[in-house]
Write a protein that binds this ligand. Sequence first.
Ligand SMILES: *Cc1c(COP(=O)(O)O)cnc(C)c1O
Length: 461
Amino acid sequence: MDTAVPTTEPTASDAAIAQPVEQRRILVTEVPGPRSREKHAHRTQHVPVGLGITLPVFVERASGGILVDADGNHLIDLASGIAVTSVGASHPAVVAAVQKQAAAFTHTCFMVTEYDGYAQVAERLNRIAPGEHEKRTALFTTGAEAIENAVKIARAYTGRPDVVVFDHAYHGRTLLTLGMTAKEAPYKTGFAPFPEHIHRAPFAYPLHWRTGAQNAVPEALASFEALIERVGPDRIAAAVIEPIQGEGGFIVPGEGFLAGIREITERHGIVMVADEVQAGMGRTGRMLAIEHEGVVPDLVCTAKALAGGMPLSAVTGRAEIMETVGAGGLGGTYAGNPLSCAAALAVLDELECDDTLLQRARRIEELVRTHLEPLVDETGIVAEVRGRGAMMAIEICHPGTDEPDAPTAKEIAAACHAQGVVTLTCGTHSNVLRLLPPLVISDELLEDALGVLADAVRAAR
Ligand SMILES: *Cc1c(COP(=O)(O)O)cnc(C)c1O
């Protein structure tokens, strides 16, 4: 062992890892600092540019709402690794659960020999998903895999081939889910052809609805119904919808849209799949975002925050639908990995033990609105502050218009990064700044980050 040549110099020492991470923004160099820049130069020699990068800093430790980089900067995390570390980075209960499971066994493949963690996660997700009906859960590894399996299951159940998705949708990067994803560049560029049998309907996006926000829901539902008639209801297996769209721009659909989709799909025997991969697992102040509208979908896909950073995804749904696929039809080598299941059980304990974390999500919304809503009138470039719970965003447009302004959104994000606040952009037009802090972030830390963001918006005006 000790004769192995280290390929990189040692980073955070064991002694340093034992120290608690101060929950405070601390800048000791520019961001990215010299060590991160050096490591990034190394990376570019070995990793293709196709793996884009929001902020080229190398993280050595993370805890709660802070990422510590190779130069010792403490960055405030408003990304949570894209809505994954919702219970906080390296939550002690998650770390302990993973360590304990790793010491017991790391893998058997659930389709070869079974283990409790998988069945326990399934039982809990069956209880969490809306509706009193009997349910089943199948576990997978990534969000895209969950979506693909939901489509497979819906096809097997209905005996129909087609799928309806929506404008601004994001469902993943595999070829089927890319076909379902709306945004062309950079996701789809160069990767065609995509699978057939995918149709796209308008999403009730009030801010940009051409005939006015108040018409978004009725007109979008009419278009959905018209699309179904055009394709033929007996050809459509599933409608897959994000209850709040993620990559597409943190778009909360007009009220009643989800209920309308439910009513129409039910009438035509179409399986309604809620893609809760980003919005689910406590992010919006409820366990699942669709609960805000009281809608009961047939299948629910979860992933991102489900296992606190360990790869795990799930399809949860009506037993009669889930049970249509014969033995051997579902699975995957790593699907429902034991370490991920152990992590998920710890995450679910945190989210369900009392209402604390869900309440934190609602408190985060309150703080974000208090700090950022005044910017709408003050700056003229914030068209809207929107979202639910800890899934909030501001949309940047040219002053006084609803014309997307991506360069300014990018400039604001860059200004935040330089000040040690990790923010992400999103949106079909890349003009939305999204905030995804871990739910455990303190008021103090969040307010510091929101102050940096507000100053960056004012400076960009
Ligand atoms: C991230 C995401 C996916 C894809 O998940 P991966 O784990 O990246 O495959 C699917 N749907 C939504 C809504 C997402 O945000």
